[in-house]
Design a protein around this ligand. Structure first.
Ligand code: ADP
Ligand code: ASP
Ligand code: MG
Length: 439
């Protein structure tokens, strides 16, 4: 028995034409595989609109979410009409999901706050709509199919907004629910991005999480292949929106893809990766990526030299507010520790540090805790770096050539990436300068 799991991203279900294409691709693959399962994203732009509705509602704005609801009704209704003419039951279901959006946003205005749990309930609606439309389209084209909410399949922790799937239960549920459908010749169309807690609350796996969903379903079903359809032809040397001369990378290793996704290459959700080929040869630097909206925190003081435990207390304070540290660099003189967190957690981190290091500050062992906002991490990735001396100097040379100031640097212990922190306004030029080294 051969099984293919296909994931279709936002643009691949973004309009009636794209969904008709999806149906064609499914039909083709049913000729070579015994079974096919599909994981879908929301139609492109929909998740952003749902979040915008929730946030404006939290701010007390009752008009924007109603306008968004109207736009979502038009978008999904028009798509459905173009694909299957008479929308019938699916049309009803989509209308009900948008009613739910209005109701949830109304509650958010009443509460004056969009909790992570409410945001997950709201942002999950896009996939619920697209899965139903895709399943109805396949059905109308003579392919037996059924839309499924991943809340039935993917059991997660209650970390709303970034929930972690629980492997054994997810495998069990996914197999119990999907194997009989597949056996019966049905193509399941599963919502990406979402899951549910043990008690049934809807969760999401984080932005871009549908890629991860397809890997979860593929692993649970022991699929022969997981194929990800998106708007680019593969993983490229950098984001083609930043550098038009970006090229598709023919072979990429697990470690390289991991670094790229971790440092912001939107093309694949960082947790999706599975070993994808041999270690390649060629250029030491294979690809460049950037991650924006960061803040660099510096803890500085001459009294830190040789004082044990300052780093531990620093990171203890950071962990106490749940901030995600993307990169760390320490000057060899031990007079400062720098690390980078998302700007959204910068204020909370600075406060926690002032509390956690109160004694050191009073004794003047630590002189200063500073946050530099709006910085960008630019990362050069390539497994070949390990064997090639002088890669770091090439990177710095390229940046110096464009008069770009490097605020901090870090090299991953895997020696598969070098990251630099630059000011927000230098980020695009930095990506292009390093990208030129891949050619
Ligand atoms: P989907 O909705 O199909 O998941 P995304 O928009 O999430 O699509 O991801 C695809 C986009 O990722 C591309 O359009 C491209 O702009 C961006 N991207 C960023 N870095 C890279 C990279 N290194 N290679 C390819 N695409 C990239
Ligand atoms: N729709 C979700 C998002 O926009 C998940 C995904 O597309 O992968 O983040
Ligand atoms: Mg994506």
């Amino acid at each position: 028995m051969s099984l293919l799991v296909m994931k279709f991203g936002g643009t691949s279900v973004g309009n009636a034409e794209a969904i008709a294409g999806l149906a064609g691709i499914t039909r083709d693959h049913l000729r070579t595989y015994d079974h096919v399962a599909i994981v879908v994203s929301a139609m492109s732009g929909v998740t952003d609109l749902l979040f915008q509705g929730a946030h404006t509602a939290a701010a007390g704005d009752r008009l924007t979410y109603l306008d968004i609801a109207r736009r979502l009704r038009d978008k999904h209704r028009d798509t459905l009409a173009a694909l299957i003419g008479e929308p019938g039951a699916v049309g009803e279901q989509v209308e009900q999901l948008i009613d739910e959006f209005e109701l949830l946003c109304h509650s958010v205005t009443v509460l004056g706050e969009a909790s992570p749990r409410a945001l997950d309930a709201i942002s999950s609606l896009g996939e619920r709509m697209s899965a139903r439309i895709v399943a109805a389209t396949l059905h109308a084209r003579g392919i037996a199919s059924e839309a499924l909410d991943a809340t039935e399949l993917v059991l997660t922790t209650a970390h709303f907004g970034g929930a972690v799937p629980q492997q054994p239960q997810t495998r069990e549920r996914t197999r119990a629910r999907l194997l009989p459908l597949l056996e019966a010749g049905v193509v399941p169309v599963i919502t990406g991005f979402i899951g549910a807690t043990e008690s049934g609350a809807t969760t999401t796996l984080g932005r871009g999480g549908s890629d991860y969903s397809s890997a979860i379903v593929g692993a649970a079903l022991d699929a022969d292949e997981v194929a990800i359809y998106t708007d680019v032809d593969g993983v490229m040397t950098t984001d083609p929106r930043l550098a038009p001369d970006a090229r598709v990378i023919p072979v990429i290793s697990y470690a390289e893809m991991g670094e790229l996704a971790y440092f912001g290459a939107k093309v694949l959700h960082p947790r999706t990766i599975r070993p994808a080929g041999p270690e390649p040869n060629g250029h030491a630097i294979k690809a460049v990526t950037s991650i924006r909206g960061m803040s660099m925190i510096t803890v500085e003081g001459r009294g830190m030299i040789g004082v044990p435990g300052v780093a531990a207390r620093t990171f203890g304070a950071v962990a106490s507010v749940g901030a995600n540290v993307l990169m760390i660099s320490q000057a060899s003189s031990e007079q400062s520790i720098c690390f980078v967190v998302p700007m959204t957690s910068s204020a909370a981190v600075a406060r926690a540090l002032e509390d956690g290091l109160a004694n050191e500050l009073a004794r003047r062992d630590v002189d200063r805790i500073a946050a530099l906002d709006s910085v960008v991490i630019v990362t050069a990735v390539g497994a070949g770096m390990r064997q090639t001396p002088g890669v770091a100097s090439q990177v710095f040379g390229a940046l110096a050539g464009q008069a770009i100031n490097v605020i901090a640097i870090a090299q991953g212990s895997s020696e598969c990436s070098i990251s630099v922190v630059v000011a927000g306004e230098d980020a695009d030029a930095a990506v292009r300068a390093i990208h030129a080294l891949t050619i």
